[in-house]
Design a binder for this molecule. Structure first.
Ligand code: PFF
Length: 462
């Protein structure tokens, strides 16, 4: 194991907050949250989601930052170091994280590539004169064009590699300081625009008026699963970012700030998308169709739509880039810490491998590879990878992290790490209760439901 006496640190507390919020705010906030909220009845789902963030998301987030800061190491080495107190070695949890990093970035980059492509199409006024049907078909054509998808996937991976290559302060922090304010600024501009639309009031009510009759028990599990994805939990991204923190920081306060910012972005993004969609007579669609079909159709029809379209897709690109950076950092930092590689070597090699692993996802809609995948497994390759990562790898990783921190980590190290730098020391016992009981039980129920052992909707059908 390499010794890391010269480990880099964040330049400032704000730098860490912006980078970690950048990791959390991504495609999960801009399109996944809006459409699962739409599917699950609006207000009541939002309420449950807020509870999930508070009682599971924030405690696990805090556990990850603590593990990172305590060990000053990326996940595999971090679990190696902390496993001494328990007789088993938990470094496999770190390996699950590294594996998830490879998998998630490989397809995340393809979606980010579509956003790059749509930014360029907006700049060139591509869909200005097209009929709604043609605009919708354009995405189908893009999806089926393997070569174009590989091209944009490569461009996005190059951008991500370019940032992470610069290191923590000179790369990730520097770019988070530039991109995050731009992202938040764009969101605020779009929000003001959305407030002028007729559909705003209806959207507001839909989001904040909880109608209990619309609650499906499985919606609770969906909210919980999404809490992991949106806060970048369960795969060591936050452990890795936490490993560049100093003992001065107040981890409790910082974790709460980041979770609040992430939640605010998801809610504001929904308050931007829904009014646009409702006002122009559309319904929220699931999946990529919402961003890449419905919105371009609307943008092509409203005054100033092309400008809105450019800034909206830039927003998506920035959000994806700041998340992609953290995914590449998990994988690269692992080999830097474990094998003593230099950063540049690690980032270039890992970036290239992830590019290659992403090719089947980029070709997924074209049938150029794994042509019969969908016939055999029921969903195409791209959706399979997404499903595997967000429904299995992250919740299981999160479950293991919660169980490890709550039950197996050395008690003194755990308490010390929580207390150092914070003025919320009194919260320790509440946090410990959540991380020991609430988080593991909640995630375990998700896993049982996914395996098909239980069907929570039937269970509660009375
Ligand atoms: N939090 C990101 C999003 O909401 O889009 C996705 C993500 C990024 C998950 C980084 C995991 C991760 F490590």
């Amino acid at each position: 194991m390499a010794v890391n006496q010269t480990r880099e640190q964040w330049g400032s507390k704000l730098g860490f907050i912006l980078a970690a919020t950048g990791s959390a705010v991504g495609l999960g906030n801009l399109w996944k949250f809006p459409y699962i909220t739409g599917e699950n009845g609006g207000g009541i789902f939002v309420l449950i989601y807020l509870v999930c963030i508070a009682v599971v998301g924030i405690p696990v987030f805090l556990a990850e930052v603590m593990i990172g800061r305590a060990t000053q190491s990326s996940p595999v080495v971090a679990f190696d170091k902390l496993s001494n107190a328990s007789k088993t070695n938990w470094n496999f949890v770190g390996w699950i994280g590294v594996f998830s990093g490879f998998i998630i970035l490989s397809y995340y980059s393809v979606v980010a590539g579509w956003a790059l492509n749509y930014t360029l199409m907006s700049i060139s006024h591509f869909f200005d004169t097209l009929s709604p049907d043609k605009i919708s078909q354009t995405f189908d054509v893009l999806y089926a064009s393997g070569d174009i998808n590989v091209f944009w996937h490569a461009v996005f991976m190059l951008l991500t590699v370019g940032v992470v290559y610069g290191g923590i302060k000179g790369g990730i922090e520097k770019w988070s300081r530039i991109l995050m304010p731009l992202l938040l600024g764009i969101l605020v501009v779009l929000f003001f625009y959305a407030m002028t639309l007729d559909g705003f009031g209806r959207s507001f009510k839909f989001l904040f008026y909880p109608d209990v009759s619309k609650l499906k028990p499985s919606g609770v599990l969906e909210a919980l699963g999404h809490a992991f994805f949106t806060l970048s939990l369960g795969m060591g991204a936050i452990i890795t970012y936490g490993s560049y923190l100093s003992k001065k920081e107040d981890l409790v306060k910082t974790s709460v700030i980041i979770a609040v910012l992430d939640t605010a972005v998801a809610i504001i993004a929904t308050l931007v998308l829904f009014p646009i969609i409702f006002t122009f007579g559309y319904e929220p669609q699931a999946g990529p169709g919402l961003l890449f079909k419905t919105l371009p159709i609307i943008f092509s029809q409203i005054p100033g739509g092309m400008i809105l379209s450019i800034i909206f897709f830039l927003l998506v690109v920035f959000a994806a880039l700041t998340s992609g950076m953290s995914l590449l950092e998990v994988v690269s930092a692992n080999f830097i810490d474990l094998l003593g590689w230099g950063r540049k070597k690690a980032v270039l090699i890992m970036g290239s491998i992830i590019f290659i692993i992403g090719i089947p996802s980029a070709l997924s809609g074209s049938g150029a590879i794994f042509k019969n995948w969908e016939v055999i497994y029921g969903i195409n390759f791209f959706d399979t990878v997404d499903y595997l990562a967000s429904n299995w790898l992250l919740p299981i990783g999160g479950l293991l992290i919660a169980v490890f921190t709550g039950w197996f980590m050395d008690r003194r190290v755990r308490e010390n790490e929580f207390m150092t730098g914070t003025s919320f020391g009194r919260g320790y016992k509440y946090w410990l209760f959540l991380i020991r009981f609430v988080a593991p039980v909640a995630v375990f129920i998700i896993v049982l439901q996914r395996v098909g052992f239980i069907n929570i909707d039937k269970l509660f059908s009375w």
